[in-house]
Design a protein around this ligand. Structure first.
Ligand code: SF4
Length: 370
């Protein structure tokens, strides 16, 4: 039985997942892995926005042999994604990979599995069994299909797990990804009743931009909200940077992780007296690189703003040709509309200093307008 606090701990390079450790944000590169320079560049860019584990596709030996060079130049754990070819697994482990995503039932004879398990044991490299709704075994469909896709997914994972457990290998992470939120959630919930291995959670092929972000947030969020999941990956058709940002926002919205400033802003309505949408965007942009866990509110009116954002550390709400600054719901002062942005940001800086984030406050430079 899975509970996030009590899953088995699994070490992936220098991080440990499971056993109540924080849920980590994972992504996957879009470069050709054999192109070491581009791959390292993309990973270093992702590190800057707090991607915590990175996976690369390893479709051939050239990619497998590139792993060692990539590893030397990055700082986060590196995972190899391998399908069918056990020799690639052996090579990436030799090259120092931190985790291998490979399904033991798909790599040919048991001798192939034994060879991979042997080196994984020697190097303490975990294996992620990655079940995907789109590629389930035909015989499992025939036997369990009448119980629904989720059941077939769990049976598939069970089969792969058994192969490894029979070889006394339990350094396992599992994922049960699908492109359907309801089915995927069912699969994770029913798997969690049977096993206590850490779980990597994701919704596959979730779509482009807004549609993909919403689908991922609902799908991944609904699984995390059940207390399930140790790493997450957002699979939207967008840059890995977008994927990481969405993943962090999912974790922040469930209060599972804290990172940076949380902006609270209203959707605006007929009571709005200022250009709130552009003000909120400007505030978000200027505070985006600040890694201090404060809440900043940008609200459209004084009637509801301070009350609805009363928990915010500092906030601004619009009035007729002016703005009012409030702290924890209490109005402090009003300022003319033209001065709202710079004055408000100065107030945010004061809050950062009060809370001990002086370095963060010093980083904020208000652009001079002509
Ligand atoms: S805070 Fe005021 S302006 Fe914003 S949505 Fe609520 S009522 Fe409308």
């Amino acid at each position: 039985m899975y509970t996030r606090d009590k899953t088995r701990p699994v070490k992936i390079g220098k991080v440990t997942i499971g056993a109540g450790n924080p849920v980590l944000v994972q992504s996957m590169t879009q470069t050709k892995t054999a192109d070491v320079r581009s791959t390292v560049g993309q990973i270093l860019d992702l590190e800057k926005i707090d991607c915590e584990i990175i996976r690369v596709a390893v479709p051939d030996m050239e990619s497998a042999k590139a792993i060692g060079k990539i590893k030397k130049q990055i700082n986060i754990p590196l995972v190899a994604d391998i399908h069918f070819q056990y020799l690639l697994a052996l090579e990436v482990i030799k090259q120092g990979i931190d985790k291998v995503r490979i399904n033991p039932g798909n790599i040919g004879s048991i001798d192939n599995v034994k060879a991979v398990v042997k080196v994984c044991k020697e190097k303490n490299v975990p294996i992620r069994i990655g079940v995907n709704m789109g590629s389930l075994e035909k015989d499992l469909w025939a036997k369990y299909g009448k119980f629904g896709i989720a059941r077939v997914m769990v049976e598939s994972a069970t089969r792969h797990i058994k192969i490894l457990e029979d070889l006394k290998f339990e350094n396992i992470v599992v994922s049960l990804k699908g492109s359907d939120n309801v089915v995927t959630r069912q699969a994770y919930l029913s798997f969690a009743k049977r096993f206590d291995y850490p779980l990597h959670v994701g919704i596959t092929e979730s779509g482009p931009s807004i549609a993909g972000a919403v689908k991922s947030a609902v799908g991944i969020g609904s699984i995390l909200a059940e207390g399930i999941g140790d790493t997450i990956r957002v699979s939207v058709s967008d840059s890995p940077q977008s994927q990481v940002k969405i993943a962090w926002n999912i974790l922040k919205s469930l209060k599972l992780r804290q990172k940076g400033v949380e902006i609270i802003s209203c959707p605006t309505c007929g009571r709005t007296e200022i250009d709130l949408i552009s003000l909120a965007k400007k505030v978000e942009k200027i505070l985006s690189k600040i890694n201090a866990p404060i809440q900043v509110a940008v609200m459209g009116c004084v009637v509801n703003g301070p009350g609805e954002a009363s928990f915010a550390d500092i906030g601004i709400c619009g009035g007729k040709k002016q703005g009012a600054i409030f702290k924890k719901g209490k109005l402090l002062r009003t300022i003319p509309e033209k001065e709202i942005f710079p004055v408000f940001i100065e107030e945010v800086k004061k809050v950062l200093v009060e809370k001990g984030y002086t370095e963060s406050a010093e980083k904020i430079k208000i652009p001079q307008t002509g």
